[in-house]
Design a protein around this ligand. Sequence first.
Ligand SMILES: Nc1nc2c(ncn2[C@@H]2O[C@H](COP(=O)(O)OP(=O)(O)OP(=O)(O)O)[C@@H](O)[C@H]2O)c(=O)[nH]1
Ligand SMILES: [Mg+2]
Length: 495
Amino acid sequence: MPSYGNSPTRGETARRVELSHLVFSPNPYGLSITEITFPATPMSKRGKANTEVFFDALDNPFYGPTNPPGPPDETEEQRTKREKESQDAQKVSRQIDEHLLETKKAMEKKKRAVKMLLLGQAESGKSTLLKNFQLAFTPIQFRKEQGIWKRIVQLNLINSIKIILDALQSEWIPDSTLPTSLGKKHRLLHLRLSPLFAYETAFNEILSLNPEARDVCVRAGSGWKSTLSGDPPRSSLDCPRGRDLLVKNDPTQVLEASVDDILSLWNDPAVQDVLHSSGIRLQDSSGFFLDDVSRVTRRDYMPTESDIVRARVRTIGVEEHHFVTESGTQKGSEFFIADVGGSRSSRPSWIPYFDDVDAILFLAPLAFNLSLEEDPRVNRLEDSLQLWRAICENKLLANCTLILFLNKKDILAKTLASGVSVKQYVTSYNDPNDVRHVTKYFKDRFRNYHRKLSLHPRSFISYETSAIDTRATQAVVLAVHDSIIRRNLAKSELI
Ligand SMILES: Nc1nc2c(ncn2[C@@H]2O[C@H](COP(=O)(O)OP(=O)(O)OP(=O)(O)O)[C@@H](O)[C@H]2O)c(=O)[nH]1
Ligand SMILES: [Mg+2]
């Protein structure tokens, strides 16, 4: 019987591996592994990924006789060639073994790493909190991405200009009898600034998004950061053609040339009146950069940390982020955060991530006077409370740590300071109309649901944040990470 070296015999179980982790590429010997990747399954599933796929030796292209005897009439030259091929095949087999071992180790590591999930309605600040984690744990990587955010900040600015120009346009409907203080100057500004919108449309087309999208959005896992950074493509998902088109559609020069027009528009009292009467408060809206026009439109502009944190990109789908702490006592420690799209239509895609998540970071903006974009009949805070209820009582999350972030406290302060009364929106509210009482009122409502609906008793953990304030949020982020790690350790010791 021929010797098969380390290879399994027919029917024997061979290497066990999740096939989708391996990228095969042809080589003179058939196939070899060129890259180990992780499947696009939710992080909760990864630890349990199917490592029990069996190869049958006969079907397995990697196995075969390593030193079979040659035919009796084999020449010296044929024998040398055959032995060389056999040695090469063994080398390939050893490489495969090493790769499989690495995959297994990496998967084990993933299984042990802490997994967090960011939840909350759209625009609650999930991605902003994520950026605070990146700033705290992977600051080198965060700074490397500065160039990517330049385009996003520019598009946020263009989007704000579009909102203003749309508001102006609705004022000068041809047959309107209403008096308007808008004149020729505003029409000229409209005419001169409208070409900027083409950059927004081009960006959406390049990233295969709806060209009519209302604001800047990106699809999770689309390699958008790599496309925007100009790095060589990491996978077939990255689009080098897209990169060329992005260079062609760079708005930097046009923005620089338009700076006076933009300032003239934003500082115009008649324009401010129109915005006020239409109830548009751009200062409180996503990705607000109109107060920084002169700086942001400079040719050599590079976004600051604060700009990056404030820049708005709507999340579509679920984006998983792998953190390897870059410095400090926990250098090298790993954890995962999944960031989800929060609009109502995106919520069903959250469920697969509930399976073995360690902590949910739930963002509830203190926006008592606003309604949902996708359904203007629904109050934002009421929607957050209902979502929180559903999470507290979810059986899959019964053993998960829930952390509530009452976010956008700065906007709450501004809203109350401008004289808006909470009672007008929340009839059951009878306390003073100040930040402390209002925050306490909503926190108590969240706490009550948490206490009543949790299947097992668990501590109520909450923070009051303004996620764009990176200094204050850094401290929160470090405390949250530390407490989750401790809880996890305590849990695993109990097991
Ligand atoms: N003023 C203020 N703005 C905030 C705060 N937190 C987030 N923002 C801004 O609100 C906008 C929306 O925040 P995101 O983090 O993108 O919201 P999200 O929850 O990820 O939204 P989706 O991806 O659509 O689900 C961004 O422009 C942020 O800069 C805050 O505490 N205060
Ligand atoms: Mg987001």
